[in-house]
Design a protein around this ligand. Sequence first.
Ligand SMILES: Nc1ncnc2c1ncn2[C@@H]1O[C@H](COP(=O)(O)OP(=O)(O)OP(=O)(O)O)[C@@H](O)[C@H]1O
Ligand SMILES: [Mg+2]
Length: 83
Amino acid sequence: MYGGVGTGKTHLATAIGVEACNQGKSVKFYRTAALVNELIEAKNIGNLHKMLNQLEKIDLLICDEWVYIPVSREVAQLLLGIQ
Ligand SMILES: Nc1ncnc2c1ncn2[C@@H]1O[C@H](COP(=O)(O)OP(=O)(O)OP(=O)(O)O)[C@@H](O)[C@H]1O
Ligand SMILES: [Mg+2]
């Protein structure tokens, strides 16, 4: 979702997440920077495969605030699940 500050991107993403929960789906909501930090940490301690496998089991993974992350090659590869 794209849009100016305060136009409802997080609100809508949250609403979609809540509805998916109500339908019995498993949902995770991350600020993308936090997800990146967890991926880097998992990679550093040799747990990246385990974390990616756990993420793959989730029905809906919401990544909010993409705009705030530095787009290095490593970060892009981690987010796309390419090691
Ligand atoms: N459809 C809506 N109904 C009621 N409140 C809304 C709606 N859309 C947004 N809001 C409220 O407006 C405020 C701003 O929305 P939100 O935080 O979702 O914007 P955003 O697009 O994620 O902004 P940012 O770019 O700063 O992250 C929030 O308090 C949110 O709950
Ligand atoms: Mg937001």
